[in-house]
Design a protein around this ligand. Structure first.
Ligand SMILES: Nc1nc2c(ncn2[C@@H]2O[C@H](COP(=O)(O)OP(=O)(O)O)[C@@H](O)[C@H]2O)c(=O)[nH]1
Ligand SMILES: [Mg+2]
Length: 261
């Protein structure tokens, strides 16, 4: 989150927001902001633990997709849903500050989607996801794909109760991003280098990017793919299905639907 202003608490402080101050911040204010931030994160952790327990009870495998805006999250989701059609019961939670454009793209595949509009908030949090889970009302044994708000900073601080964190980085964004925004790469299980079809046209060193990512997270997985050309999609789908199967084997019921061939 915005560590300076507590951006989910309008009016508590400030930068780059449209509230105004007629005073200077003093030590006391900073202390109060820090307390607010700690309280907020503690509250989020508490709700995330509830979400995780609920997913475990229901046999729901929840994936959190994280990236900057435009890296290709929705395009990858649509391609994934089309490729996996009929294999799983799936629900999607779409986070954006405004509009339900992404939810519409998802629903066009026949998959139920809940759009969360966060307004000024720059990340999804666990209470918002709990509410979306209520609305999705999925049956037991389902796959839940969450598209977080496009942002490489704030979503890193908010556990949603997911089982898998996947960070997308498109090859047009530069291989230095894991070093510049280490928190999100440090937490992710998997890094997807997207828009691989553009590699011939941009200066992006895949090996270097991987080296940067491993510097902040030695255990991070990686795949190079393009949702539009299909390059690497088979590996991504295979990875996702293996994660789902592992989750099933770890105690929750397997997620394959009756309709699965
Ligand atoms: N060339 C190319 N463009 C892509 C690819 N994936 C997404 N895009 C484009 O990138 C833009 C942003 O994609 P979108 O999925 O909306 O990104 P999001 O904001 O992360 O959800 C759109 O114009 C997509 O058509 C890809 O694999 N290759
Ligand atoms: Mg999107």
């Amino acid at each position: 989150m915005c560590g300076v202003c507590g951006c989910s608490n309008p009016g508590t402080g400030g930068h780059a927001h449209d509230h105004h101050h007629d005073h200077h911040h003093h030590g006391g204010d900073n202390h109060r902001l820090l307390r607010l931030e700690e309280d907020l994160l503690a509250m989020n952790r508490h709700q995330a633990a509830h979400n995780r327990a609920r997913c475990q009870d229901q046999g729901w495998f929840m994936v959190n997709l994280l990236s900057s805006p435009g890296s290709g999250k929705t395009t990858l989701l649509v391609a994934t849903l089309q490729a996996l059609a009929g294999r799983y019961t799936v629900g999607v939670i779409e986070g954006d500050q405004q509009t339900d454009l992404d939810a519409q793209r998802i629903r066009a595949t026949g998959t139920p989607a809940i759009q969360i509009n966060t307004g000024k908030l720059c990340h999804l949090d666990a209470p918002l996801v709990a509410n979306a889970l209520d609305q999705l009302a999925l049956p037991p044994r389902a796959l839940i794909l969450v598209e977080n708000i496009g942002n490489l900073v704030c979503p890193a601080a908010f556990d949603l109760g997911e089982s898998l964190k996947v960070v997308l980085l498109s090859v047009t964004e530069g291989e230095d991003k894991p070093l510049k925004y280490p928190d999100i790469f440090a937490q992710a299980h998997m890094m997807l280098l997207t828009k691989a079809d553009l590699l011939p046209h941009v200066s992006f060193d895949v090996a270097r990017c991987l080296e940067h990512a491993r510097r902040v997270n030695p255990g991070i997985g990686h795949l190079v793919l393009s949702a539009t050309s299909g390059h690497g999609m088979a590996q991504w789908l295979d990875y996702l299905q293996r994660q789902v199967a592992t989750f099933g084997n770890a105690g929750a019921a397997p997620l394959l639907t009756e309709a699965c061939p």
